[in-house]
Design a protein around this ligand. Structure first.
Ligand code: 3PG
Length: 212
């Protein structure tokens, strides 16, 4: 497996971040680092995504910063230029996967059906996002879909929180979980970075517990 994906496995959780204002990038990153999770997926759902990635790549070089909600090859280019180390997309888009392969940047595409997973295999991928995890059937569904595809690992995302993340993490085909529960947009907007740090710490404790 790609080294960067191994690193994501070590973290166990990828915070999915929506930043409305790039000025929040630094305090957010500080809270994540202080909470013990130097990793973030900054989503291209806002205009602030690209600048936020650029700021974090410069100011927090030790952090693993990726770009999420990447829907076009143009966004891949902007994310890579800004310094993103990995790409996440909500669905599986062959054009984007090929573009990432050309640029030599790891991509974790969203899958929610066996056909999606088979397309990912066609592209030689061994990790996919499982999205939307809770809504699509949760851990039971992942176990069923993982059974035939023995080489595939999953990053469930969508509806995951401090209450249910442990059950996902204890399944050995789950590489890590993605989620926004510790970095909710309203906490960022309110400048409540202490809460973000506390929720991050709690999340990291759960990762430790899940690994015994
Ligand atoms: C994503 O973009 O991967 C999801 O929107 C994150 O889902 P969550 O907000 O339910 O954690």
């Amino acid at each position: 497996m790609n080294q960067l994906l191994e690193k994501i496995k070590e973290f166990g959780i990828v915070p999915v971040v929506v930043l409305d204002n790039a000025k929040d990038a630094i305090p957010l990153a500080q809270a994540l680092c202080d909470g013990g999770l130097p990793c973030a997926e900054i989503t291209f759902r806002t205009d602030a995504a690209e600048d936020s990635i650029r700021i974090l790549a410069k100011e927090f070089p030790h952090m693993l910063i990726g770009a999420g909600t990447v829907l076009t090859t143009e966004q891949v280019d902007r994310a890579v230029l800004a310094g993103a180390k990995f790409i996440v997309s909500p669905g599986l888009n062959s054009k984007i996967i090929c573009h990432c392969a050309k640029k030599n940047i790891p991509i974790i595409p969203g899958c929610s059906t066996p056909s999606d997973v088979e397309q990912a295999i066609e592209h030689d991928l061994d990790v996919v996002k499982f999205f939307p995890a809770q809504q699509a059937g949760g851990l039971a569904y992942i176990k069923a879909i993982a059974a035939p595809y023995v080489g595939m690992k999953f990053m469930p995302t969508g509806g995951i929180n401090a209450q249910n993340v442990k059950e996902y993490l204890t399944y050995d085909r789950v590489l890590a979980c993605g989620g926004s529960w510790m970095v909710k947009n309203d906490l960022i907007q309110a400048g409540n970075f202490d809460k973000i740090k506390a929720l991050t710490k709690e999340a990291i404790e759960i990762v430790k517990e899940s690994r015994g």
